[in-house]
Design a protein around this ligand. Structure first.
Ligand code: GCB
Length: 596
């Protein structure tokens, strides 16, 4: 028996090593644990021709003998901030796509006799990790966390951690060769050392039952399949203190029924409860909200009442800084503008954004839609790409499944039907549901067309049968001229399901006035009129459950070449890159205010 397990473990290890995606399953709620930050200034080498690995610069050798020399050194060179993209830190890195080496010296935590991990909240896009001269991990995917255990690899002092980070776009990557946002590279989110006891709480999933409003379902997993270990779950405000015991998989499950007086989380009242999960040696603190979310017929229900989703999208970018958002303060800046607009939901475009944003959004009362960057042009035929997509979606769901604000898992954005695409997306649904089968599954489509015979907007994509809520990106008045006047634009799309308009909009340069009838005026007036027209059309979508205009802020995009009006910016923002509200902002604010 023991031998079979050993062989199994060996095989597993080999598979992991071979796949090159061998970061370990991440700890849930890393911010609720004992950590030591590795943020700050890191030494850096720009390696445009990929010479560093060949020269083993991660060994950080110093000349010893008389004839020795090395044509590199980390100390005395460039320094980059972590977290942050590299593009916004130096003018010469603005457009850089390639490899940058990062290095940092650190001491291990002083009183530490358990296990130690290095946790990377995100590195864009792919990287290899070297510790004290040895390659210890690799990861692909720029928006999800990964970690590597270093318990037996660290020295007490002066460890040398090196990262080889690369953001070259490629056909088999996710996103792939081209996408409508800036390809920021670097260690873009927090890096930290996480200390745990030897036997620790690896994961948990605690939420209100999908149907019942008085039942809390909890599942806790201990590391290494630790069997028969007592785990305590406490929610003091609800007078809950219950003991669970782990099974052979190290998992303990519990349903607490007839819980009295749960105040359910909602945008109007985003109540979160303090929750403690503990074992004899480990204790993790959380804040968790409880709510019911369901689809009945063509309607989405939150806490047993129909809800209209007043949503907005933003990229993980601070336009004024021309850089990627990464901090609590950044999250507050983006979310406050959405709050002022009157939103009750955010579509986090087009990739999992940092955990500060997700948690702050939950505290502020926003429902969330989260998606991976399966954004046009993905190589659906490629099994490696499929595997990567599965990893990414698992990393996203693992990280955020305890956020009750999280309501929609988005599978893809604007994909064209094909057998390979369908299989790919079905696989992603499976990866998602294997971890969390409670959220609503959605995907954004852009194939809606006007059928002249029927005089209706229609859509043919069989994939809508696989999802709970259908989302449509439709740029009427911008990429598509109106076939009829907006008030006659009737929709017959996914008629038996809830539908969300997940994108619509137009570009306008802030402060530019012009013809409200002329797209090429790039004017706020044209954008405002287009918003009015679209709101008129939305009255003709019988199964409409919400809208999400594109987009809250102007954002940087290499797609956008116009020298006068765009200058490398997508100008569809309701707010300009300098933070000024455009006319269309007020139209949406007014529309949202008047929806109860
Ligand atoms: C879309 C994409 C979004 C783009 C937008 C645009 O359909 O989903 O990522 O930025 O259109 O502005 O063209």
């Amino acid at each position: 028996m023991k031998l079979t397990k050993a062989i199994f473990n060996l095989l597993l290890l080999m598979c992991c090593l071979l796949s090159n995606l061998w970061a370990q399953e991440v700890l849930v709620n890393v911010y609720g644990r004992k950590t030591q930050s590795l943020n700050g200034k890191w030494e850096a080498i720009i390696d445009q021709y990929d010479q560093g690995r060949k020269n083993k610069i991660y060994l950080n050798k110093k000349p010893a003998g008389k004839t020795d020399f090395y044509e590199y050194a980390f100390d005395g060179g460039l320094k980059l901030n972590v977290p942050s993209d590299w593009n916004s830190q130096l003018p010469e890195l603005k457009y850089y796509e390639g490899t940058v080496w990062y290095a940092k010296h650190f001491d291990a935590p002083k009183q530490h006799n358990g296990r130690l991990f290095i946790y990377f909240a995100a590195v864009s896009y792919r990287c290899k990790v070297y510790l004290n001269g040895k390659e210890i991990a690799g990861h692909e995917g720029g928006f999800t966390p990964f970690q590597v255990e270093v318990t037996d690899l660290v020295k007490q002092s002066d460890n040398f951690l090196t990262l080889e980070v690369n953001n070259t776009r490629s056909v088999d990557a996710i996103p792939a060769k081209s996408f409508d946002w800036w390809n920021y590279g670097g260690i873009t989110r927090d890096v930290m050392l996480v200390s745990t006891p030897k036997i620790f709480i690896q994961d948990y999933f605690i939420q209100l039952d999908k149907q019942r409003s008085d039942q809390i379902n909890a599942q806790v997993k201990l590391v290494d399949n630790q069997n028969n270990i007592p785990v305590t779950l406490e929610i003091p405000e609800l007078n809950i203190k219950q003991e669970l015991v782990t099974d052979q998989q190290g998992v303990a499950k519990l349903s607490i029924t007839n819980v009295k007086k749960i105040q359910r989380w909602s945008p109007a009242s985003p109540k979160l409860y303090q929750v403690f999960i503990s074992t004899a040696n480990d204790r993790v603190e959380e804040r968790i909200g409880f709510r019911n979310l369901a689809v009945k017929g063509t309607q989405i229900y939150l806490n047993d009442k129909p809800i209209f989703l007043k949503s907005i999208s933003f990229h993980e970018e601070i336009p004024q800084r021309k850089g990627r958002a990464f901090s609590e303060a950044d999250a507050m800046m983006l979310l406050s503008e959405a709050k002022a607009l009157g939103c009750n939901m955010i579509r986090l475009a087009h990739y999992p954004q940092n955990e500060y944003t997700v948690r702050a959004a939950e505290r502020m009362g926003f429902l969330l839609w989260e998606e991976t960057p399966i954004w046009q042009g993905i190589d659906f035929e490629n099994p490696e790409t499929k595997k990567k997509a599965g990893n990414m979606i698992r990393e996203m769901v693992m990280r955020d499944k305890n956020r009750c604000a999280l309501s929609f898992w988005g599978m893809a954005n604007e994909t064209q039907p094909s057998a390979a695409r369908n299989e790919f997306l079905k696989y992603l649904i499976k990866c998602t549901k294997d971890i969390d089968s409670t959220r609503l599954i959605t995907a954004a489509f852009d194939l809606v067309r006007f059928d002249r015979n029927k005089q209706r907007f229609v859509m043919d994509d069989p994939f809508i049968n696989e999802i709970d809520v259908v989302a449509i990106n439709k740029y009427m008045g911008w990429y598509h001229p109106w076939p009829v006047t907006p008030n006659k634009a009737i929709w017959e799309v996914a008629s038996d399901k809830p539908l969300i308009i997940s994108e619509f909009g137009a570009e306008a340069l802030h402060g530019k006035s012009g013809d409200a009838d002329l797209a090429s005026s790039w004017s706020e007036d044209y954008q405002a009129q287009l918003y009015k027209d679209n709101l008129e059309m939305f009255k003709n979508i019988p199964n409409l459950n919400g809208i999400s205009p594109w987009v809250l802020f102007d954002f940087r995009s290499p797609f956008r070449f116009h020298p006068t009006y765009q200058e490398g910016w997508n100008r569809k923002g309701l707010v300009s890159d300098q933070g000024f509200r455009k006319k269309a902002w007020y139209i949406i604010a007014d529309y949202y205010k008047n929806i109860k």
